[in-house]
Design a protein around this ligand. Structure first.
Ligand code: FES
Ligand code: FES
Length: 167
């Protein structure tokens, strides 16, 4: 038995079939060909597969595609405005917060969600917002710099957040 999934992805209404066991991540990557969202642990622990689901970040590897019927989903491909990258994307590049890049789409989605709801996040709010995203390469300091830069550019002010990072 297959299910027909009607969902809005990056502002476009799409309809495609999926098996009942298909995750939202598999549906995005393998059925709709949105490969920007990464598959890593596949158990909801690393955040590489983070997408916005009705405005909230979720680990799409543990969300059944069937639950997305009628939902609004945003992937990293949906953030740029034509050729112009989203400020969060640009900040990750400008601060050197991307190394292998595998974690980057998930971080960018989590940070976008944070800055959509909080224009001037505190260090504690930043820590909480990306607590579900794991990076094996950067040591997190550059990622904190990227978040602060994105917030400053989007808000037009200085947050004064020094890079600290997790260990
Ligand atoms: S791939 Fe989904 S949380 Fe790791
Ligand atoms: S840049 Fe490689 S895992 Fe984060």
């Amino acid at each position: 038995m297959t299910l027909t999934i009607n969902v809005t992805v990056n502002g476009k209404s799409v309809s495609a079939d999926a098996e009942p066991s298909t995750s939202l991540l598999e549906f995005l990557r393998d059925v709709l060909n949105y490969k920007g969202t990464k598959l890593c642990c596949n158990t909801g622990e690393c955040g590489a597969c983070t997408v916005l689901f009705n405005g909230k970040p979720v680990n799409s590897c543990v969300v059944p595609a069937a639950d997305a019927v009628g939902a609004q989903v945003v992937t990293v491909e949906g953030l740029a405005d034509g050729e112009k990258l989203h400020p969060v994307q640009q900040a990750f590049i400008d601060t050197g917060a991307v190394q292998c890049g595998y974690c980057t789409p998930g971080f960018i989605i989590s940070v976008k969600a944070l800055l959509d709801r909080t224009k001037r996040p505190t260090p504690a709010e930043i820590e909480e917002a990306v607590s579900g995203n794991i990076c094996r390469c950067t040591g997190y300091a550059k990622i904190v710099d990227a978040i602060a830069l994105a917030a400053e550019r989007m808000e037009g002010s200085t947050l004064g957040i020094a890079s600290g990072g997790r260990s």
